[in-house]
Structure formats: structure tokens, C-alpha cells
Design a protein around this ligand. Sequence first.
Ligand SMILES: NC(=O)c1ccc[n+]([C@@H]2O[C@H](COP(=O)([O-])OP(=O)(O)OC[C@H]3O[C@@H](n4cnc5c(N)ncnc54)[C@H](O)[C@@H]3O)[C@@H](O)[C@H]2O)c1
Length: 337
Amino acid sequence: MEGYIVKILVTGVAGFIGSTVALRLLMRGDHVVGIDSINDYYDPQLKRDRLARIAEAGGDRFAFEQVDFAHHEALDAALADKAFDRIVHLGAQAGVRYSIENPRAYLHANLAGHLNMLEVARHRGAEHMVYASSSSVYGGNDTLPFRVEDRVDQPLSLYAATKKADELMSETYAHLYRLPQTGLRFFTVYGPWGRPDMAMWLFTKAILEGRPIQVFGEGDMRRDFTYIDDIVSGIVACLDNPPPDDGEQKAGGSVSPHRLYNIGNSRSENLSEMIALIEQACEREADKELLPMQPGDVRDTFADISAIERDLGFAPTTTIAEGVPRFVDWYRDYHGV
Ligand SMILES: NC(=O)c1ccc[n+]([C@@H]2O[C@H](COP(=O)([O-])OP(=O)(O)OC[C@H]3O[C@@H](n4cnc5c(N)ncnc54)[C@H](O)[C@@H]3O)[C@@H](O)[C@H]2O)c1
């Protein structure tokens, strides 16, 4: 609509995916209100650097509030004078392994936090809330590729359990309040401005520092790696297309305005292939320390993306052979190594 300003609330805006989504929205002319607690799960300086990029690109079309959305009074106060039509809820406590060490962080951010964002969406009359789930909800599912119609009742980690719980809470709000929502099960996202706790970052860092890399599952693991720009295209396509409240069954099975999609590359790549690409980009060979699977880990992930392809024409375009060197180049440039 000409002249119509779209205002979007992005949670976890200082995070890897949230910051890249905010940039894309600002680049196309939308207004973005971003919130983030800037917690110290990993180096907050990286989060501040991401925010600085967004602020530079967005100018007065970008507003930021530092707030913990698990505290509903603080959240309501932070948003009281902010206008927005749609929400992209990407803030969360991420990471499978850390949920063994600090389970309460997941209860706080992913359960109380998700409920608070649902309440915001409901009371502010949001047209659509797109939120992050995770491929980890598939647990040890051994029918590959993973389909949104598969049952997901056996999570292998508390992280996965909280993401599945988010999908259930969202379904209730879609049913009771007809709140349009899209839940996205992301598959191992990587790329520039990525997350320091993820394998690709840890391997790159260790290889460049001449330290051994710890390869879990003896390297016999497969992941559906998804390049950040492809994920962001999928998120924005969803944001622009709220599910209609027409009583028809949606992807994932809901008859309320609630869709569930996988967003992956729809290729399952061997961990050793990913390591070989990092070695190539770093021009160094890795010293590999082969270790058993870690508790909570899943051996294979592989996304069936036919639902989002069919409904929204989503098609990932970046292979790991293209994406891994882009990540390594960014890593070296950012750290000056
Ligand atoms: N990166 C992946 O491979 C991947 C895969 C599956 C799902 N996801 C999900 O996608 C979303 C984004 O992930 P990411 O990789 O960008 O993670 P990230 O950790 O880089 O970003 C999350 C952001 O949320 C913020 N946050 C956490 N708790 C908060 C709270 N209570 N209040 C306000 N802000 C809070 C953090 O400070 C952080 O900046 C998460 O929901 C994550 O679970 C990511």
C-alpha cells in the first residue's frame, strides 16, 4: 500500500538471526522496534556491534529498548509508547548443551518470555506474530526428512521441550484469540555475525588459533545447515503472509490461524564435509579430537521444506560450499586474524 508505513517489533534484535532480520526489514523501508536483554550467554560486545550496524542502517526508522521480556511489567513499560503492527519473536535462550547446565534460563526466556510475547501480541492486536521454534523438536525422529506433520512428543533436551511448549502455547492463542501466527523450525543457521557457541564458529576459532577441534559423535553426524540470508528470506516471506482465519487446515495441522514450517536447506551434510570447507577457507588443516555424542544431541537433521515452498515459494539458494567461506571471511575480518 503506497505511503503505508509498516512497523515491526523484533525481539532478540541483538542476536544473530534477529539482527539480520532487522537489517533486511530496514533495508526495504520498514520501521523496526527492537528489544533485547543483551544477556551474557555469549560476549555482549558482539551483540552491541550488531546493534550498531542496525542503528547505522536504520537511522530514525530504528528504535531499541534493552529489556528482559520474561519480566512482563518491564516489557509492558518498555513498549508502552511504541507502535507496531507485526512481531518477529526471535529472542530466546538458545543452545542444546547449555540447557543441561542451566535449565532455568530456558524456563525464564522460552516459557515465561514466550507467554509474555503472546500477551503483548494479543493486547496490542498484532496482525501477525512469527516466532522461532527449532528443528530440535524432532528429537530422535528417525524418519528422514523431518516433516511438520510428524509427531514431536519425544524431545531429547529441555531446550527442545521449551520450543515444543512454545508451539503449544501459540496454538492456544491462535484458537482462543484468533491471533495469526507462524512458528518456524530453524535448522542449524550459520553465516556472518553468527553465534560463538555454535560448532562452525568454535571450529574456525580453534583452527585459526592452532588448537585441536572437538568433534562430537566421532564426526558421524549430519546437519541441515541453513545460510543466514536464506533463513531471513523465509522469515520475511512468512511475516508478509499471515495465515488466514478460514477454518482450513494449515501446515502443521492447526485449523486456527497458525502455521508451522521447517526452514532448512533441505540437504543433510556430513559434519566432516563442513570441517573440510572450514579447513579450506582457513588454509589450515584441523587437528581433530574425536569424541562421543554429547547428551541431548541429535545425530541427523534434515528438513522437509515442501510446506513453505508450496505456500510461500520459499527456496534456499546457498550451499555450504558457498556459505562456509563467507562465514570464515567474515570471522577473520571481524577479529582481524
Ligand atoms: N541459530 C540457530 O541455528 C537456531 C536454530 C534453531 C532455532 N533457533 C532459534 O532462533 C532464535 C534466534 O536464535 P539466534 O541464533 O539468533 O540466537 P542468539 O542467542 O544470537 O539471539 C537471541 C537473542 O535473544 C536475547 N534474549 C534472550 N533472552 C532474552 C530475554 N529474556 N529478553 C530479551 N532478550 C532476550 C539474547 O540477548 C540474544 O541477543 C532463537 O529463538 C533460537 O532458539 C536458532
